[in-house]
Design a protein around this ligand. Structure first.
Ligand SMILES: *Cc1c(COP(=O)(O)O)cnc(C)c1O
Length: 480
Protein backbone atom coordinates (compact mmCIF):
# COMPACT_ATOMS: atom_id res chain seq x y z
CA UNK A 1 0.00 0.00 0.00
CA UNK A 2 2.65 2.49 1.13
CA UNK A 3 4.91 1.49 -1.71
CA UNK A 4 2.27 2.11 -4.31
CA UNK A 5 1.48 5.55 -2.88
CA UNK A 6 5.14 6.50 -3.08
CA UNK A 7 5.40 5.19 -6.61
CA UNK A 8 2.44 7.33 -7.51
CA UNK A 9 3.90 10.44 -5.87
CA UNK A 10 7.21 10.07 -7.72
CA UNK A 11 5.82 9.06 -11.10
CA UNK A 12 7.57 11.05 -13.82
CA UNK A 13 4.74 10.26 -16.20
CA UNK A 14 2.22 11.78 -13.81
CA UNK A 15 4.47 14.83 -13.38
CA UNK A 16 4.78 15.28 -17.14
CA UNK A 17 1.04 15.02 -17.68
CA UNK A 18 0.06 17.39 -14.85
CA UNK A 19 2.89 19.75 -15.79
CA UNK A 20 1.82 20.15 -19.41
CA UNK A 21 -1.74 20.68 -18.33
CA UNK A 22 -0.76 23.23 -15.70
CA UNK A 23 1.46 25.25 -18.03
CA UNK A 24 -1.42 25.41 -20.53
CA UNK A 25 -3.76 26.58 -17.79
CA UNK A 26 -1.32 29.17 -16.47
CA UNK A 27 -0.63 30.49 -19.97
CA UNK A 28 -4.37 30.91 -20.40
CA UNK A 29 -4.54 32.65 -17.01
CA UNK A 30 -1.79 35.03 -18.17
CA UNK A 31 -3.58 35.90 -21.41
CA UNK A 32 -6.81 36.38 -19.62
CA UNK A 33 -5.39 38.65 -16.92
CA UNK A 34 -2.76 40.63 -18.82
CA UNK A 35 -5.30 41.60 -21.46
CA UNK A 36 -8.01 42.17 -18.86
CA UNK A 37 -10.33 39.74 -20.66
CA UNK A 38 -11.93 38.98 -17.32
CA UNK A 39 -13.03 42.03 -15.34
CA UNK A 40 -11.64 41.35 -11.89
CA UNK A 41 -8.25 41.93 -10.27
CA UNK A 42 -9.22 40.02 -7.13
CA UNK A 43 -11.64 37.26 -6.28
CA UNK A 44 -12.61 38.61 -2.87
CA UNK A 45 -14.07 36.37 -0.20
CA UNK A 46 -14.47 36.85 3.53
CA UNK A 47 -11.76 34.80 5.33
CA UNK A 48 -14.31 32.52 7.04
CA UNK A 49 -16.03 31.74 3.74
CA UNK A 50 -12.72 30.97 2.09
CA UNK A 51 -11.77 28.71 4.98
CA UNK A 52 -15.07 26.83 4.70
CA UNK A 53 -14.52 26.34 0.97
CA UNK A 54 -11.10 24.79 1.38
CA UNK A 55 -12.17 22.56 4.27
CA UNK A 56 -14.99 21.23 2.15
CA UNK A 57 -12.82 20.97 -0.94
CA UNK A 58 -10.43 18.65 0.85
CA UNK A 59 -13.34 16.29 1.53
CA UNK A 60 -15.46 16.56 -1.58
CA UNK A 61 -13.73 18.72 -4.20
CA UNK A 62 -12.75 17.27 -7.56
CA UNK A 63 -9.00 16.71 -7.76
CA UNK A 64 -8.94 17.76 -11.44
CA UNK A 65 -10.05 21.23 -10.42
CA UNK A 66 -7.53 21.73 -7.59
CA UNK A 67 -4.98 23.85 -9.48
CA UNK A 68 -7.60 25.88 -11.29
CA UNK A 69 -9.42 26.66 -8.03
CA UNK A 70 -6.17 27.82 -6.39
CA UNK A 71 -5.42 29.99 -9.41
CA UNK A 72 -8.93 31.42 -9.56
CA UNK A 73 -9.80 32.09 -5.91
CA UNK A 74 -7.15 34.71 -5.26
CA UNK A 75 -5.54 38.00 -6.29
CA UNK A 76 -4.38 38.42 -9.87
CA UNK A 77 -1.13 40.37 -9.87
CA UNK A 78 -0.95 40.16 -13.67
CA UNK A 79 -4.24 42.02 -14.13
CA UNK A 80 -3.72 45.68 -15.12
CA UNK A 81 -6.32 46.62 -12.48
CA UNK A 82 -4.02 45.17 -9.83
CA UNK A 83 -2.44 48.36 -8.51
CA UNK A 84 -2.19 47.47 -4.83
CA UNK A 85 0.73 46.05 -2.90
CA UNK A 86 4.29 46.22 -4.18
CA UNK A 87 4.55 42.72 -5.59
CA UNK A 88 5.71 42.17 -9.17
CA UNK A 89 3.61 40.58 -11.82
CA UNK A 90 6.29 37.92 -12.27
CA UNK A 91 8.04 37.61 -15.59
CA UNK A 92 6.54 34.24 -16.64
CA UNK A 93 9.95 32.71 -17.32
CA UNK A 94 10.69 32.94 -13.58
CA UNK A 95 7.76 30.61 -12.89
CA UNK A 96 9.81 28.08 -14.86
CA UNK A 97 12.95 28.73 -12.82
CA UNK A 98 10.72 28.43 -9.75
CA UNK A 99 9.78 24.97 -10.91
CA UNK A 100 13.45 24.03 -11.31
CA UNK A 101 14.19 25.30 -7.79
CA UNK A 102 11.28 23.35 -6.32
CA UNK A 103 12.11 20.14 -8.10
CA UNK A 104 15.90 20.14 -7.57
CA UNK A 105 15.44 21.43 -4.00
CA UNK A 106 19.11 22.25 -3.50
CA UNK A 107 19.31 23.65 0.00
CA UNK A 108 22.00 26.27 -0.74
CA UNK A 109 23.43 26.54 2.79
CA UNK A 110 26.70 24.97 1.68
CA UNK A 111 28.27 24.91 -1.75
CA UNK A 112 27.81 21.18 -2.19
CA UNK A 113 24.06 21.62 -1.83
CA UNK A 114 23.72 23.91 -4.83
CA UNK A 115 26.86 24.39 -6.87
CA UNK A 116 25.33 26.01 -9.93
CA UNK A 117 22.96 28.29 -7.99
CA UNK A 118 25.74 29.28 -5.54
CA UNK A 119 28.11 30.33 -8.32
CA UNK A 120 25.20 32.01 -10.08
CA UNK A 121 24.40 33.89 -6.87
CA UNK A 122 27.92 35.31 -6.92
CA UNK A 123 27.48 36.46 -10.53
CA UNK A 124 24.13 38.09 -9.74
CA UNK A 125 25.23 39.83 -6.54
CA UNK A 126 28.48 41.03 -8.16
CA UNK A 127 26.37 42.55 -10.93
CA UNK A 128 24.13 44.29 -8.38
CA UNK A 129 27.17 45.60 -6.46
CA UNK A 130 28.65 46.99 -9.66
CA UNK A 131 25.37 48.62 -10.59
CA UNK A 132 25.27 50.29 -7.16
CA UNK A 133 28.74 51.68 -7.85
CA UNK A 134 30.67 49.56 -5.34
CA UNK A 135 34.21 48.40 -6.08
CA UNK A 136 35.45 44.80 -6.07
CA UNK A 137 35.77 44.65 -2.24
CA UNK A 138 31.99 44.47 -2.15
CA UNK A 139 29.99 41.26 -1.77
CA UNK A 140 26.39 40.35 -1.58
CA UNK A 141 24.13 37.38 -0.98
CA UNK A 142 20.53 36.47 -1.50
CA UNK A 143 18.15 35.92 1.37
CA UNK A 144 14.48 35.37 2.09
CA UNK A 145 12.88 38.81 2.02
CA UNK A 146 13.55 42.46 2.78
CA UNK A 147 12.53 41.99 6.39
CA UNK A 148 15.20 39.38 7.04
CA UNK A 149 17.75 41.29 4.93
CA UNK A 150 17.25 44.48 6.97
CA UNK A 151 17.72 42.55 10.22
CA UNK A 152 20.86 40.92 8.82
CA UNK A 153 22.25 44.28 7.72
CA UNK A 154 21.72 45.74 11.19
CA UNK A 155 23.41 42.73 12.78
CA UNK A 156 26.38 43.29 10.45
CA UNK A 157 26.38 46.97 11.38
CA UNK A 158 26.45 46.18 15.10
CA UNK A 159 29.28 43.72 14.61
CA UNK A 160 31.30 46.14 12.52
CA UNK A 161 30.80 49.36 14.45
CA UNK A 162 30.97 48.51 18.16
CA UNK A 163 34.19 47.97 20.04
CA UNK A 164 32.60 45.21 22.10
CA UNK A 165 31.18 42.02 20.65
CA UNK A 166 27.45 41.82 21.45
CA UNK A 167 27.23 38.52 19.59
CA UNK A 168 29.47 36.89 22.22
CA UNK A 169 29.07 39.01 25.34
CA UNK A 170 25.50 40.25 25.07
CA UNK A 171 24.61 43.90 25.57
CA UNK A 172 26.80 45.87 27.91
CA UNK A 173 25.40 49.33 27.14
CA UNK A 174 22.33 50.88 25.51
CA UNK A 175 22.57 50.92 21.72
CA UNK A 176 20.55 52.73 19.10
CA UNK A 177 19.82 53.28 15.42
CA UNK A 178 18.39 56.30 13.64
CA UNK A 179 15.63 55.91 11.09
CA UNK A 180 12.78 57.94 9.59
CA UNK A 181 9.38 57.74 11.25
CA UNK A 182 8.06 56.67 7.83
CA UNK A 183 10.42 53.67 7.50
CA UNK A 184 8.98 50.19 6.93
CA UNK A 185 7.86 48.60 10.21
CA UNK A 186 10.33 45.76 9.76
CA UNK A 187 13.21 48.09 10.71
CA UNK A 188 11.52 48.78 14.02
CA UNK A 189 10.93 45.07 14.45
CA UNK A 190 14.57 44.24 13.65
CA UNK A 191 15.78 46.72 16.25
CA UNK A 192 13.45 45.23 18.88
CA UNK A 193 14.63 41.70 18.03
CA UNK A 194 18.19 42.95 18.55
CA UNK A 195 17.22 44.10 22.03
CA UNK A 196 17.59 47.83 21.38
CA UNK A 197 14.21 48.55 22.93
CA UNK A 198 12.10 51.58 22.20
CA UNK A 199 14.73 54.05 23.36
CA UNK A 200 17.18 52.53 20.89
CA UNK A 201 14.94 53.19 17.90
CA UNK A 202 15.45 56.87 17.27
CA UNK A 203 12.67 57.86 14.88
CA UNK A 204 13.42 61.03 12.97
CA UNK A 205 10.26 62.97 11.99
CA UNK A 206 9.64 63.61 8.30
CA UNK A 207 9.37 66.85 6.35
CA UNK A 208 6.10 68.07 4.83
CA UNK A 209 7.12 65.98 1.81
CA UNK A 210 7.48 62.79 3.92
CA UNK A 211 11.28 62.42 3.68
CA UNK A 212 13.48 62.10 6.76
CA UNK A 213 14.07 65.60 8.15
CA UNK A 214 17.83 65.86 7.85
CA UNK A 215 17.95 69.11 9.82
CA UNK A 216 17.03 67.18 13.00
CA UNK A 217 19.79 64.56 12.79
CA UNK A 218 22.55 66.39 14.62
CA UNK A 219 20.40 67.38 17.62
CA UNK A 220 18.84 63.93 18.00
CA UNK A 221 22.26 62.31 17.82
CA UNK A 222 23.61 64.59 20.56
CA UNK A 223 20.58 63.93 22.75
CA UNK A 224 21.17 60.18 22.52
CA UNK A 225 24.87 60.49 23.22
CA UNK A 226 24.09 62.62 26.30
CA UNK A 227 21.74 59.86 27.52
CA UNK A 228 24.49 57.27 27.08
CA UNK A 229 22.93 55.59 24.04
CA UNK A 230 25.55 54.54 21.51
CA UNK A 231 24.13 55.09 18.02
CA UNK A 232 25.78 52.70 15.55
CA UNK A 233 23.67 52.92 12.40
CA UNK A 234 21.41 55.16 10.36
CA UNK A 235 18.92 53.84 7.82
CA UNK A 236 17.69 55.61 4.71
CA UNK A 237 14.47 54.52 2.98
CA UNK A 238 14.63 54.20 -0.80
CA UNK A 239 11.75 54.85 -0.83
CA UNK A 240 9.48 54.61 2.20
CA UNK A 241 6.71 52.10 1.66
CA UNK A 242 3.66 54.20 2.48
CA UNK A 243 4.40 57.24 0.32
CA UNK A 244 7.09 56.10 -2.12
CA UNK A 245 9.21 59.11 -1.15
CA UNK A 246 12.99 58.64 -1.07
CA UNK A 247 15.08 59.96 1.82
CA UNK A 248 18.01 62.24 0.94
CA UNK A 249 20.59 59.47 0.76
CA UNK A 250 23.53 61.79 0.07
CA UNK A 251 22.83 63.84 3.20
CA UNK A 252 22.33 60.75 5.34
CA UNK A 253 25.58 59.31 3.96
CA UNK A 254 27.41 62.50 4.88
CA UNK A 255 25.98 62.43 8.41
CA UNK A 256 26.95 58.76 8.79
CA UNK A 257 30.49 59.56 7.69
CA UNK A 258 30.82 62.46 10.12
CA UNK A 259 29.77 60.30 13.08
CA UNK A 260 31.28 57.04 11.81
CA UNK A 261 27.92 55.29 11.70
CA UNK A 262 26.95 52.37 9.52
CA UNK A 263 24.84 53.68 6.65
CA UNK A 264 22.17 51.20 5.58
CA UNK A 265 19.73 51.73 2.73
CA UNK A 266 16.41 49.94 2.77
CA UNK A 267 15.90 49.82 -0.99
CA UNK A 268 13.52 46.86 -0.80
CA UNK A 269 11.10 48.63 -3.08
CA UNK A 270 13.06 51.22 -5.04
CA UNK A 271 16.68 50.12 -4.86
CA UNK A 272 16.05 48.78 -8.36
CA UNK A 273 16.17 52.39 -9.56
CA UNK A 274 19.94 51.76 -9.92
CA UNK A 275 18.96 50.25 -13.28
CA UNK A 276 16.90 53.20 -14.50
CA UNK A 277 18.82 55.79 -16.48
CA UNK A 278 15.95 58.21 -15.98
CA UNK A 279 15.33 57.62 -12.26
CA UNK A 280 18.83 56.75 -11.07
CA UNK A 281 18.88 60.21 -9.44
CA UNK A 282 16.40 58.98 -6.80
CA UNK A 283 19.16 56.82 -5.32
CA UNK A 284 22.00 59.34 -5.65
CA UNK A 285 24.49 58.53 -2.88
CA UNK A 286 23.66 54.82 -2.79
CA UNK A 287 27.30 53.93 -3.46
CA UNK A 288 28.19 55.54 -0.10
CA UNK A 289 26.05 53.06 1.83
CA UNK A 290 27.68 50.27 3.83
CA UNK A 291 24.77 48.01 2.95
CA UNK A 292 21.81 48.00 0.58
CA UNK A 293 18.70 45.79 0.45
CA UNK A 294 16.89 45.23 -2.87
CA UNK A 295 13.82 43.00 -3.24
CA UNK A 296 13.71 41.14 -6.54
CA UNK A 297 10.02 40.36 -6.02
CA UNK A 298 9.06 44.03 -5.97
CA UNK A 299 10.55 46.12 -8.76
CA UNK A 300 12.48 43.40 -10.59
CA UNK A 301 9.73 41.06 -11.83
CA UNK A 302 10.88 38.05 -9.80
CA UNK A 303 8.77 35.67 -7.72
CA UNK A 304 8.47 35.97 -3.94
CA UNK A 305 10.74 35.88 -2.14
CA UNK A 306 14.00 36.93 -3.70
CA UNK A 307 16.07 39.53 -1.89
CA UNK A 308 19.64 40.75 -2.25
CA UNK A 309 21.72 42.20 0.59
CA UNK A 310 24.77 43.97 -0.79
CA UNK A 311 27.69 45.23 1.30
CA UNK A 312 30.38 47.72 0.37
CA UNK A 313 33.01 45.79 2.34
CA UNK A 314 32.52 42.08 1.78
CA UNK A 315 34.42 41.19 4.96
CA UNK A 316 31.50 42.50 7.00
CA UNK A 317 29.16 40.12 5.23
CA UNK A 318 31.12 37.08 6.36
CA UNK A 319 31.69 38.11 9.98
CA UNK A 320 28.08 38.89 10.98
CA UNK A 321 27.35 35.44 12.34
CA UNK A 322 30.70 34.24 13.55
CA UNK A 323 29.13 31.46 15.53
CA UNK A 324 30.48 28.19 14.23
CA UNK A 325 28.37 25.39 12.86
CA UNK A 326 31.37 23.21 12.22
CA UNK A 327 29.54 20.24 10.84
CA UNK A 328 28.43 22.43 7.97
CA UNK A 329 31.21 24.87 7.54
CA UNK A 330 34.84 23.94 7.43
CA UNK A 331 37.31 26.64 8.46
CA UNK A 332 38.96 28.27 5.53
CA UNK A 333 41.80 30.71 5.31
CA UNK A 334 40.61 32.06 2.02
CA UNK A 335 37.27 33.67 1.45
CA UNK A 336 34.64 30.99 0.93
CA UNK A 337 32.01 33.09 -0.80
CA UNK A 338 30.41 29.88 -2.03
CA UNK A 339 29.12 28.72 1.38
CA UNK A 340 26.22 31.08 1.62
CA UNK A 341 24.91 29.77 4.96
CA UNK A 342 27.80 31.53 6.71
CA UNK A 343 26.41 34.90 5.76
CA UNK A 344 22.65 34.38 5.63
CA UNK A 345 20.30 34.29 8.59
CA UNK A 346 18.54 31.23 7.22
CA UNK A 347 20.21 27.88 6.69
CA UNK A 348 18.27 26.25 3.85
CA UNK A 349 16.98 28.68 1.25
CA UNK A 350 15.49 28.68 -2.23
CA UNK A 351 17.63 28.66 -5.37
CA UNK A 352 16.58 32.26 -5.87
CA UNK A 353 19.64 33.25 -7.86
CA UNK A 354 18.46 31.35 -10.91
CA UNK A 355 15.46 33.68 -11.41
CA UNK A 356 17.69 36.71 -11.53
CA UNK A 357 20.33 35.09 -13.75
CA UNK A 358 17.74 33.82 -16.22
CA UNK A 359 16.35 37.34 -16.63
CA UNK A 360 19.88 38.63 -17.33
CA UNK A 361 20.68 35.83 -19.75
CA UNK A 362 17.41 35.92 -21.69
CA UNK A 363 16.57 39.64 -21.69
CA UNK A 364 19.69 41.45 -20.41
CA UNK A 365 19.70 43.99 -17.60
CA UNK A 366 17.97 46.54 -19.85
CA UNK A 367 14.72 44.81 -18.92
CA UNK A 368 15.06 46.21 -15.38
CA UNK A 369 15.60 49.74 -16.70
CA UNK A 370 12.48 49.42 -18.85
CA UNK A 371 10.39 48.02 -16.02
CA UNK A 372 11.36 50.57 -13.34
CA UNK A 373 11.34 53.54 -15.71
CA UNK A 374 7.94 52.73 -17.17
CA UNK A 375 6.30 52.10 -13.80
CA UNK A 376 7.74 55.26 -12.26
CA UNK A 377 6.54 57.19 -15.33
CA UNK A 378 3.06 55.75 -14.78
CA UNK A 379 3.16 56.73 -11.09
CA UNK A 380 3.92 60.29 -12.17
CA UNK A 381 1.14 60.19 -14.75
CA UNK A 382 -1.41 59.02 -12.18
CA UNK A 383 -0.17 61.78 -9.87
CA UNK A 384 -0.76 64.36 -12.64
CA UNK A 385 -4.28 63.06 -13.22
CA UNK A 386 -5.13 63.31 -9.52
CA UNK A 387 -3.57 66.73 -9.20
CA UNK A 388 -5.80 68.11 -11.96
CA UNK A 389 -8.93 66.29 -10.80
CA UNK A 390 -11.48 68.46 -8.96
CA UNK A 391 -12.65 65.64 -6.66
CA UNK A 392 -9.40 64.01 -5.60
CA UNK A 393 -6.17 65.18 -3.98
CA UNK A 394 -2.66 63.81 -3.51
CA UNK A 395 -0.94 63.26 -0.16
CA UNK A 396 2.33 64.20 -1.85
CA UNK A 397 3.54 64.42 -5.45
CA UNK A 398 4.71 60.92 -6.38
CA UNK A 399 8.42 60.35 -6.95
CA UNK A 400 8.07 56.66 -7.74
CA UNK A 401 5.22 54.32 -8.70
CA UNK A 402 3.51 54.68 -5.29
CA UNK A 403 0.66 57.21 -5.19
CA UNK A 404 -1.41 58.18 -2.13
CA UNK A 405 -4.61 60.10 -2.83
CA UNK A 406 -8.12 60.55 -1.50
CA UNK A 407 -11.54 61.73 -2.44
CA UNK A 408 -12.04 65.20 -1.05
CA UNK A 409 -14.92 67.59 -0.67
CA UNK A 410 -14.93 70.85 1.24
CA UNK A 411 -18.39 70.24 2.67
CA UNK A 412 -17.16 67.28 4.75
CA UNK A 413 -14.97 67.30 7.86
CA UNK A 414 -11.88 65.13 8.29
CA UNK A 415 -13.61 62.32 10.16
CA UNK A 416 -16.32 62.01 7.50
CA UNK A 417 -13.78 62.11 4.70
CA UNK A 418 -11.72 59.42 6.42
CA UNK A 419 -14.81 57.30 6.80
CA UNK A 420 -15.81 57.87 3.21
CA UNK A 421 -12.40 57.00 1.77
CA UNK A 422 -12.17 53.86 3.91
CA UNK A 423 -15.66 52.94 2.66
CA UNK A 424 -14.61 53.47 -0.96
CA UNK A 425 -11.65 51.19 -0.57
CA UNK A 426 -13.80 48.51 1.11
CA UNK A 427 -16.38 48.71 -1.67
CA UNK A 428 -13.63 48.38 -4.25
CA UNK A 429 -12.22 45.29 -2.52
CA UNK A 430 -15.60 43.57 -2.32
CA UNK A 431 -16.45 44.32 -5.91
CA UNK A 432 -13.03 43.13 -7.07
CA UNK A 433 -12.66 44.93 -10.37
CA UNK A 434 -9.72 46.97 -9.07
CA UNK A 435 -7.30 46.12 -6.32
CA UNK A 436 -5.81 49.07 -4.46
CA UNK A 437 -4.73 49.49 -0.82
CA UNK A 438 -4.84 52.28 1.78
CA UNK A 439 -2.70 54.06 4.35
CA UNK A 440 -3.00 56.66 7.08
CA UNK A 441 -0.69 59.66 6.99
CA UNK A 442 -0.85 62.21 9.83
CA UNK A 443 -4.35 61.08 10.69
CA UNK A 444 -5.65 61.36 7.13
CA UNK A 445 -7.00 58.26 5.41
CA UNK A 446 -5.58 57.84 1.90
CA UNK A 447 -6.19 55.38 -0.89
CA UNK A 448 -2.88 53.97 -2.06
CA UNK A 449 -1.90 52.74 -5.48
CA UNK A 450 1.32 51.10 -6.56
CA UNK A 451 1.60 50.78 -10.30
CA UNK A 452 3.27 47.38 -10.64
CA UNK A 453 1.99 46.20 -13.99
CA UNK A 454 3.51 47.48 -17.24
CA UNK A 455 0.11 46.93 -18.92
CA UNK A 456 -1.80 49.33 -16.68
CA UNK A 457 -2.77 52.37 -18.79
CA UNK A 458 -4.08 55.89 -18.33
CA UNK A 459 -7.56 54.64 -19.31
CA UNK A 460 -7.48 52.19 -16.39
CA UNK A 461 -6.63 55.03 -13.98
CA UNK A 462 -9.48 57.20 -15.29
CA UNK A 463 -11.99 54.36 -15.07
CA UNK A 464 -10.97 53.75 -11.47
CA UNK A 465 -11.52 57.39 -10.54
CA UNK A 466 -14.90 57.44 -12.32
CA UNK A 467 -15.96 54.37 -10.41
CA UNK A 468 -14.91 55.85 -7.06
CA UNK A 469 -16.64 59.13 -7.83
CA UNK A 470 -19.81 57.30 -8.80
CA UNK A 471 -19.89 55.56 -5.43
CA UNK A 472 -19.47 58.77 -3.48
CA UNK A 473 -23.06 59.69 -4.32
CA UNK A 474 -24.26 56.63 -2.42
CA UNK A 475 -22.33 57.63 0.69
CA UNK A 476 -22.53 56.55 3.50
CA UNK A 477 -23.59 53.21 1.99
CA UNK A 478 -21.50 52.79 -1.12
CA UNK A 479 -22.81 50.01 -3.28
CA UNK A 480 -25.75 49.24 -0.99
C1 LIG B 1 8.43 45.61 1.27
C2 LIG B 1 9.39 46.36 2.08
C3 LIG B 1 10.09 45.73 3.12
C4 LIG B 1 9.83 44.29 3.52
O1 LIG B 1 10.32 43.41 2.57
P1 LIG B 1 9.76 41.91 2.46
O2 LIG B 1 10.48 41.38 1.27
O3 LIG B 1 8.28 42.03 2.27
O4 LIG B 1 10.11 41.20 3.72
C5 LIG B 1 11.03 46.47 3.81
N1 LIG B 1 11.25 47.75 3.51
C6 LIG B 1 10.60 48.40 2.53
C7 LIG B 1 10.92 49.83 2.24
C8 LIG B 1 9.64 47.72 1.78
O5 LIG B 1 8.99 48.35 0.80
Amino acid sequence: MEKSLLQKAYSSEDFRMRGHQLIDELAKHLDDKLQANSPNAIHWNEPEDELRFWKEFLETGKEETLFSEITRRTTYVHHPHYIGHQVSPTAPITALTGTISSLLNNGMAVYEMGMAPSAIERVVTDMLCKQIGYNTDSRGFLTSGGTLANLTALLAARKAKLDHDVWTEGHTKPLGIMVSSEAHYCVDRAARIMGLGERGIVKIPVTAGYAMDISLLEARFEECTAKGIEIFAIIGSAPSTATGVYDDLEAIGQFAKTHQLWFHIDGAHGGAAIFSEKYRYTVAGIDQADSVVIDGHKMMMLPTITTALLMKDGANASSTFSQKADYLLTQEDHEDWYNSGKRTFECTKNMMSIHWYTMLKVYGKGIFDEFVTHLYDMGHLFGDIIEKHPDFELAVRPVSNIVCFRYTNHALDLASLNHLNAGLRRALLEEGEYYIVQTKLRGVHYLRVTVMNPFTTEAHFRKLLDKLKGWVFDYPNPKS
